[in-house]
Design a protein around this ligand. Sequence first.
Ligand code: APR
Length: 311
Amino acid sequence: MSRKKISLIGGGQIGQILALISAQKQLGDVVILDIPDFEGSVKGKALDLMEMRPLEGYDVNITGTSDYADIADSDVVIITAGVPRKPGMSRDDLLGINLKIISNVAENVKKYAPDAFVIVVSNPLDAIVYAFYKVSGFSKNKIIGMAGALDSSRFKAFIAMETGYSTQDVSCLVLGGHGDTMVPLTRLATVGGVPVTELLDADKLEAIEKRTRMAGGEIVKLLGNGSAFFSPAQSAIDMAESYLLDKKRVIPSAALCEGEYDIDGLFIGVPCVIGAGGIEKIIEVKLNDDEKAALKVTAEHVSSVVAETKL
Ligand code: APR
């Protein structure tokens, strides 16, 4: 069996961690693509990882390039091309510049890797993944946005930090857009099967929900010159791995809804089954009235940003 191929479009902060984890997990050969000005940088990162191979004992190949022909026959393409936010910016502030970038990336991925499973990470996520879908014409099961995996991981981390119990036993779900209007579903969160509502009082849970919604901004403020990169990279790798190994994991992700959750024509965070068929299913959870209202608010927000793409 030949090795799988994972192409990373954008070899900056997140891209380099994606390359590292892909190699360590031996998911397949890795191509890191960036603009010509950064070709030396991604070639250098790739060579550094190649020289790490004997220490870690992995055998996959890692290469850097600025030539899209090198992504031909990719099984998975993960896109982080674009600019990250700076303190004081919202993800939506990135739309103008990242929209131009994604249009160019989409044309090239369509041309060189039309059969790949594409995971978009660039922000504002829900609008950028929509733009990729529109420009590339990819089928809806092969294009997905990474957001809910990260937002849910943050939610889990805060629950684990507050209870003092293992992160491994926390299970929870965040729906909606990748922004301050996202909807952490506290009602359904559990630790080792025990509802979190029985473990933490309402005030604490409300504070955790709020921190989850603002978690990206908390890191942007601390870093001062960019946004989170370790946890976004691991989140995208979980999605890629579920596809490559046909794991059929249930991972909240931005998928094209066509009637699910009463949302039509938008990419937004919903629980997705990810397997060899790409997005194999969107699972619909029964929501209570408050949750439905919150989802409506986040969908309206996503819709307003998508409208600005004029696509
Ligand atoms: N094609 C390929 N790569 C590009 C292009 C392009 N047209 N335009 C920019 N890039 C590259 C940049 O040269 C840079 O190396 O994308 C990379 C982005 O890396 P960083 O600036 O370090 O940003 P990062 O922290 O990785 O975040 C990337 O993901 O989470 C989101 O909001 C974040 O939109 C941002 C993206």
